[in-house]
Design a protein around this ligand. Structure first.
Ligand code: AP5
Ligand code: ZN
Length: 216
């Protein structure tokens, strides 16, 4: 299955992507995670991306599209994938459609996680991410057993630079302006299904998998 997850920053895309990708046995491809890995390795791509990420802005389409094109060309993505954080602009969506059409494929479904802005601000402000395995935790909603330490790998937890209050507002503004138009774009293709992404993580996963079953 070829699936895209869309929703505002902090909606729970990364959290749900893990479970859904495992359920579908497809790779989870998160452009945010790929950028962050490049930032921590200090690659030229990471140096360029960091300028935009820290300001809450989008990395330019061309850079992002080239990166995704390369990643989708890897063997594990040949029979399906779950994209988290891409596409994020209409030109990125059009480039993805074209890329897949050239391979004789197309997207199956776009799953929108619906959460209001007050809730996403609460989720982002309390998020802590593992330096080791990238898993996200939440100080209140999904706390690790020991402060600052990842239960899964023992890695150190940190707060993303773009999760600081002053950057969150800009990310939400960019989402409304550049990413929300994708809802109409995919709606017009008949590929969009929205689910209520509030409540416990497990409940949202059940709704997501039910939605895939009815549309898949
Ligand atoms: P990216 O990493 O994609 O950030 P984002 O879209 O802003 O999404 P987040 O990672 O903030 O949130 P999420 O929806 O994954 O939520 P999560 O599961 O962590 O992108 C970062 C930056 O990279 C961008 O700003 C841009 O600069 C660049 N970039 C990336 N892709 C790009 C692209 N395509 N084009 C251009 N630039 C790009 O959950 C949030 C928190 O809530 C966690 O703490 C979690 O534990 C908690 N939580 C999750 N679910 C629940 C629940 N049901 N109840 C309570 N808490 C919950
Ligand atoms: Zn970890």
């Amino acid at each position: 299955m070829r699936l895209v997850l869309v929703g505002p920053p902090g909606a729970g895309k990364g959290t749900q992507a893990e479970f859904i990708a495992a359920h579908l046995s497809v790779p989870k491809i998160s452009t945010g995670d790929i950028f962050r890995a490049n930032v921590s390795e200090g690659t030229p791509l990471g140096v360029e991306a960091k300028r935009y990420m820290d300001a809450g802005q989008l990395v330019p389409d061309e850079v992002t599209i080239n990166m995704v094109r390369e990643r989708l060309g890897e063997a594990d993505a040949a029979d399906g994938f779950l994209l988290d954080g891409f596409p994020r602009t209409v030109p990125q969506a059009a480039a993805l459609d074209k890329l897949l059409a050239d391979l004789g494929d197309s997207l199956d479904l776009v799953l929108e996680l619906i959460v209001d802005e007050d809730e996403v601000v609460r989720r982002i402000a309390g998020r802590r991410q593992c330096r080791g395995c990238q898993k996200t935790w939440h100080v209140e909603f999904d706390p690790p057993s020991h402060d600052g330490v990842c239960d899964r790998c023992g890695g150190e937890l940190y707060q993303r630079d773009d999760d600081k209050v002053e950057v969150i507002e800009e990310r939400l503004r960019v989402y409304r302006r550049d990413t929300a138009p994708l809802i109409d774009y995919y709606g017009a293709q008949g590929k969009l299904v929205g689910i209520d992404a509030t409540g416990p993580v497990e409940d949202v996963t059940v709704r997501a998998i039910d939605a895939l079953r009815s549309y898949g």
